[in-house]
Design a binder for this molecule. Structure first.
Ligand code: IMP
Length: 203
């Protein structure tokens, strides 16, 4: 079991969500709803978006959280996440957003996953999320969460964002994009990472 005593706690006040992705910001705000935090996004503050030069979800989450905390002098929370397809050796992985191109066209990204998978027998995939809470003195706390499932084509559903329309979580027969947001928030990779972060730093 994790030793909770070794984690630095969030003492309340303003928290900057270090993301310019409206889908992610919406989900993170909903997950933070029960806590006494005033939440504002890096996009709303027009903070610059750092280049994601890390080679892991954790490295990129820490880089984004530290950049926002440094630029604002306030605490920040960053999420780096993506879809890891088993038959593609974990691709698109940390490049999940980049597969959608400059236009952020996830129809295109999902078609690319379908094409690359071709007739692979293994249709399993995982969503992975690294969440980092950063303090202005450069201290960080990072937690990883996962959601396992199966990919389906063609895409189904209008809710959620990104690759949600092709991902059916284990134990369900509907995609994340067909699910009520509260349900996705209870079982997603982001929720998994969030529960760990909350237990360690918000308890
Ligand atoms: P980044 O973390 O900003 O590099 O981008 C993560 C990308 O992964 C998003 O743009 C989505 O394409 C994908 N992604 C992450 N989380 C989810 C999710 O909950 N549903 C669908 N796609 C996701």
């Amino acid at each position: 079991m994790t030793n909770l005593k070794n984690h630095r706690r969030f003492k309340g006040g303003r928290l900057i969500v270090a993301s310019h992705n409206p889908g992610k910001v919406r989900e993170i705000k909903a997950l933070l709803d029960p806590f006494s935090a005033e939440v504002i996004s890096a996009g709303e503050l027009s903070l610059p978006e750092p280049e994601e030069t890390g080679t892991t979800f954790v490295a990129n989450a820490e880089l984004k959280a530290r950049a926002a905390a440094e630029a604002s002098g306030e605490m920040s929370l960053a999420d780096d996440s993506g879809l890891a397809v088993s038959a593609l050796d974990g691709a698109p992985g940390i490049y999940s957003a980049r597969w959608a191109g400059e236009d952020k066209d996830f129809g295109l990204a999902m078609r690319k996953v379908e094409t690359e998978m071709d007739d692979a027998v293994d249709r399993t995939a995982q969503f992975i999320c690294a969440l980092t809470l950063a303090w202005p003195d450069n201290h960080v706390e990072t937690f990883e969460g996962t959601a396992s499932g199966t990919l389906v084509f063609p895409p189904r559903g209008e809710r959620g964002f990104g690759y949600d329309p092709i991902f059916v979580p284990d134990g369900y027969d509907i995609t994340f994009a067909e699910m009520a947001p509260e349900k996705k928030h209870a079982i997603s990779h982001r929720a998994d990472a969030f529960q760990k972060l909350m237990a360690a730093c918000f308890a």
